[in-house]
Design a protein around this ligand. Structure first.
Ligand code: ZN
Length: 299
């Protein structure tokens, strides 16, 4: 037994010697290659510094750091292109990626709306803000910031009237006064209308000069005023084409959006304005129609 064990140890030592020689040969070979490359040293170090440059690494690595296991094929590239090009060209967008429109009513508010704009901008995302005329007239700078960020401004009437309960002249004035404030601040009119309380009938629909946008995912943020609850409700229920209803006049909603937007991006969602989502889904928002979601299959 003893002899055999010694014999094994002896063999093992031989193996180790072989390994040491092999290592030496490999190291020597590598040294030779490096010396040969010495002539191109500046070129090599330039490439190395370029590879380790913060921006390059971030661009190359950021999408890979996301949890890609549940991302549909193509979304990874879409996110990269979206970040690179700011979603300006429909050809750069993977129209098969899941999309979502976050919408905010009753603002603008100089504090909470700005917080929301910041996190959207940091995540290369857009939203739609349905402003009321009273706040729009009071906070023109916030309206300008919404427009400058590439977000969409919608009309939510001058002072939150139920359009089914007022005269035709009052309906027109409720819509027009918002447009006057928005045009004065940004140079543009609103593009979509959301009637307060989602209240409209065929007569109201026939009077409005912009498509009506409702919602299909209600966060009830005005009721809970709880960021964690809002985030949980959205993350548990969100699906492709959803229009999410929130209100940018509460700190709790701003906090929820700060948490929710990176989570939605991580899940592969493109976060867009309602009109952008319609465009990228090949839909035209039509007059005298109301949209609760943007889906390719059904109206
Ligand atoms: Zn409202």
């Amino acid at each position: 037994m003893r002899k055999k064990r010694r014999h094994r140890r002896h063999l093992s030592w031989k193996q180790r010697q072989i390994r040491i020689y092999t290592c030496f040969i490999v190291v020597a070979g590598a040294a030779c290659i490096l010396m040969a490359a010495g002539a191109k040293k500046s070129d090599l170090s330039e490439r190395l510094s370029r590879l380790t440059h913060k921006n390059i690494v971030n661009k190359a690595v950021e999408p890979m750091e996301q949890n890609i296991s549940h991302m549909p094929a193509g979304t990874l590239i879409t996110n990269y292109r979206y970040q690179e090009f700011g979603a300006s060209d429909p050809n750069e967008i993977d129209v098969n990626a899941p999309m979502i429109a976050l919408t905010f009513d009753d603002g603008p508010n100089p504090d909470s709306t700005k917080r929301i704009l910041k996190v959207l901008s940091e995540n290369y995302s857009h939203a739609t803000f349905f402003v009321v005329g009273t706040n729009a007239a009071q906070y023109p700078e916030t309206l300008q910031e919404i427009a400058a960020s590439g977000c969409e401004i919608g009309n939510h009437t001058n002072n939150h009237k139920n359009l089914t309960k007022i005269t035709d002249a009052e309906i027109s004035e409720q819509i027009d006064s918002v447009n006057r404030s928005v045009k004065k601040a940004t140079g543009e009119q609103t593009t979509v209308i959301r009637p307060p309380y989602g209240a409209f009938d065929d007569h109201v629909l026939g009077m409005l000069s912009e498509p009506v946008v409702l919602w299909d995912l209600d966060t009830e943020d005005w009721s809970s005023r709880n960021a964690a609850e809002i985030v949980e409700h959205v993350m548990d229920n969100v699906k492709d084409g959803d229009i999410v209803l929130m209100h940018d006049i509460y700190d709790s909603t701003a906090e929820a959006v700060e948490i929710m937007v990176p989570k939605l991006k991580e899940r592969g969602f493109l976060i867009m304005s309602v009109s952008e989502m319609a465009k990228y889904k090949g839909k035209t928002l039509e007059l005298n129609k109301a949209y609760g979601k943007i889906s390719v299959e059904e109206e």
